[in-house]
Design a protein around this ligand. Structure first.
Ligand SMILES: [Zn+2]
Length: 189
């Protein structure tokens, strides 16, 4: 950062302060040569992220679309709106901080799942069912087994394939989950 008065590249920072509600940092600097003072602002780089969809089409990352998908998955799970917003923010800033400006919808989905896993198993399975495009009960069972094995790596027991048992064991109502999944489908893709 060169001095605006004498073009000298060396200066010292006198004061750093958060500005614009934490979106930038304001720095008061003093030129080491002419001793004059000037102010600089440092901002987080905000570059548009492009999402590559399953069918190969590209579109700009849309935070509200992602938020809607997560809200649907979290319906009636008791997860607060603040929590959902924070999760969405986290995903967005992780995408923002990547070197690559393009991301597949798949990667976004996995990122969301990583975070949902610790919040709610129901929301996790619902979200997975939408973005992984579950086709039937087998996909649910597979995901539930994965979830279970991650939570209890020692036991590694399989959930029986009988539908009623699955619902009982997992605390999930399959019908309801599937309905929600279908409903939320259009939001994620
Ligand atoms: Zn100067």
């Amino acid at each position: 950062m060169r001095c605006p008065f004498c073009n000298n590249p060396d200066n010292r920072v006198l004061e750093s302060r958060s500005a614009e509600g934490g979106q930038s940092i304001r720095r008061r600097r003093e030129c080491l040569r002419c001793k004059r003072r000037f102010t600089t602002y440092e901002q987080i780089e905000f570059v548009p992220v492009t999402v590559i969809k399953r069918d190969g089409r590209r579109e700009g990352f849309d935070r509200s679309k992602l938020l809607r998908g997560i809200v649907r998955a979290c319906e009636k799970t008791g997860i607060s709106q603040e929590c959902i917003e924070a999760l969405t923010d986290e995903v967005e800033s992780e995408l923002q901080q990547r070197e690559v400006r393009e991301v597949t919808s798949n990667e976004i989905g996995e990122l969301v799942l990583q975070k949902l896993r610790y919040l709610s198993e129901v929301a996790y399975v619902r979200f997975a069912s939408v973005y992984r495009q579950f086709r039937g009960i087998a996909d649910f069972i597979h995901t539930l087994n994965q979830l279970r094995n991650e939570h209890h790596p020692a036991s590694r027991e399989e959930i029986p394939t009988n539908n009623n048992l699955v619902a009982e064991n997992s605390g999930l109502k399959m019908e309801e989950t599937q309905k929600t999944a279908t409903f939320a489908h259009s939001e994620i893709r």
